[in-house]
Design a protein around this ligand. Structure first.
Ligand code: GLV
Length: 329
């Protein structure tokens, strides 16, 4: 039997599925430190990760390893140049999380705009004595302008929901999406600068790459409206969190919603001191159904990539399909 490492706790029934094909080393404790992950990968043919960094050193120390299946759509934890050089396949879990993640983007955006978390904390603290006309005034969603940065599958799902809120949708992306998609979403392409100036609510849904590092920093926040909100459901590092703290503190923008952070699960402690930000612990895809779908898809990718099961040799979501069938190097 081929050997695999499952680097994180996942649904036990998915582990049972994997055990039908593989000898499974299942790590159920705290996140594996890099050296321990490398040690556990050394004798494995495949692995299932969820955001765990895998780079050249780990691949070099694991000469049998042919596939690493990430239980996430984002795969910035993989050094893909190293994967390609070693002929190791990486896989991810796109599509199954689009709708849940888009729902959550809306939840966070609306919570920020309408100050739901902030007012709830105030109420729980026993501070509500009387109703006032100007208590927790926020920014409207209905009839406002949504600015989506990153118009991939999740960005499109997010934009599709804007119709019911009678919003104008503008977007920025590396390249324009097809005209029929723009028409369906009633979305207008805008430069980043134009979007930041015009949007009432900016939502980030782009992948993390070196080029996207600090896509939103002090200069970009300065271009936004003082009534605007910023929501990040993409990746930590796309926003300069320190610059955001400053913009929130000085009311350069009204509010923010963050599900992802630079250096998470640690976060910039100053974020905890500003009231006008809603903070959630990287849960945008966290519904029972979606996390199950992601875990099963990650297992499907691993099973198929290692030549087992009904799709043997044809994993559904290869990131670098060009290495399929090539010998390990
Ligand atoms: C979650 O962040 C994912 O990339 O799926």
């Amino acid at each position: 039997m081929q050997k695999i490492l499952v680097a994180r706790p996942i649904f036990p029934d998915v582990i049972e599925r994997l055990k039908q094909y593989f000898d499974v080393d299942w790590h159920q404790g705290e996140v594996l430190p890099a050296d321990e992950l490398t040690r556990r990968l050394a004798d494995k043919d495949g692995a299932l990760t969820a955001g765990d960094p895998v780079g050249a050193a780990a691949l070099a120390a694991a000469p049998r390893l042919r596939v690493v299946s990430n239980m996430a759509v984002g795969y910035n934890n993989f050094d893909m140049a190293a994967f390609n050089a070693a002929n190791v396949l990486g896989t991810n879990t796109p599509d199954v999380l689009n709708e849940s993640t888009a729902d959550f983007g809306w939840a966070l955006m609306m919570a920020a705009a309408r100050r739901i978390a902030e007012s709830e904390h105030w109420l729980r603290a026993g501070k509500w004595q009387k109703w006032t006309y100007d208590g927790f005034l926020g920014s409207d969603i209905y009839g406002s302008t949504l600015g989506v940065i990153g118009m991939g599958r999740i960005g499109q799902a997010l934009a599709r929901r804007a119709k019911g809120f009678n919003m104008q949708v503008i977007y920025h992306n590396r390249s324009r999406v097809a005209p029929e998609i723009e028409a369906e979403l009633n979305a207008e392409y805008a430069s980043k600068q134009d979007l930041l100036r015009r949007a009432d609510h900016v939502v980030l849904v782009l992948p993390y790459t070196k080029e996207n590092h600090h896509t939103i920093g002090a200069a970009e926040l300065a271009q936004m409206k003082p009534t605007a909100t910023l929501t990040n459901i993409a990746r930590g590092g796309i926003v300069d969190d320190a610059a955001l703290v400053e913009a929130l503190r000085t009311k350069q923008i009204a509010a923010a919603g963050l599900d992802v952070y630079e250096g998470e699960p640690r976060l910039n402690p100053d974020l905890l001191t500003v009231p006008n930000v809603v903070l959630t612990p990287h849960i945008a895809s966290a519904t029972e159904a979606t996390r199950r779908a992601m875990a099963n898809l990650a297992a499907d990718n691993l099973i198929a990539a290692l030549g087992e099961g009904p799709r043997a040799g044809r994993p559904p979501n290869p990131i670098n399909p060009e290495v399929i069938g090539k010998a390990r190097s």
